[in-house]
Design a protein around this ligand. Structure first.
Ligand code: ZN
Length: 146
């Protein structure tokens, strides 16, 4: 990665952290889950609204506190899975984990998510960027138990 690229990624992360596009709570709330990363103090409170067949994520919002990486990742995640089928979103959770580890990359229009790969060399930071995705998985898996 060039230093120019690194700078551009940094700007994208900061702008999503400062001005998240998916902040708040969905109305109504069909699925909800909270995630915490005690190593950094990150917290994410995720709410989802599903379609009437409960197979598609109609809307997704988050509230949270934490570092810029965590909040930017939550905002990018919400944007990526909004309007997607639950099954597709769960696959994206897997893809995201593999992408952070450098094993795969997202293709357009999701290539923005690849910027989170730049943290793979810092294990503590990996927890920051994967928190929202783990929380999403928990929210969607919860469906099976009820
Ligand atoms: Zn963090």
């Amino acid at each position: 990665m060039t230093s120019n690229q690194r700078q551009r990624y940094q700007q994208i992360i900061l702008s999503h952290a400062r001005k998240p596009q998916h902040k708040g709570k969905t109305n109504p709330i069909h699925r909800q889950n909270q995630g915490e990363n005690p190593y950094c103090g990150d917290k994410v409170d995720l709410t989802l609204m599903l379609d009437e067949t409960e197979t598609k994520i109609e809307d997704i919002k988050f509230e949270g506190a934490g570092c810029a990486l965590c909040l930017a990742s939550a905002d990018l995640m919400a944007g990526a899975v909004k309007g997607k089928d639950i099954s597709a979103a769960l696959l994206m959770v897997e893809d995201f984990r593999n992408m952070v580890m450098g094993e795969t990359e997202f293709k357009a229009p999701l290539e923005k998510l690849n910027i989170m790969q730049s943290v793979a060399q810092f294990p503590m930071r990996v927890k920051c960027v994967t928190l929202a995705w783990h929380t999403l998985k928990g929210a969607l898996d919860g469906e099976k138990q009820s």
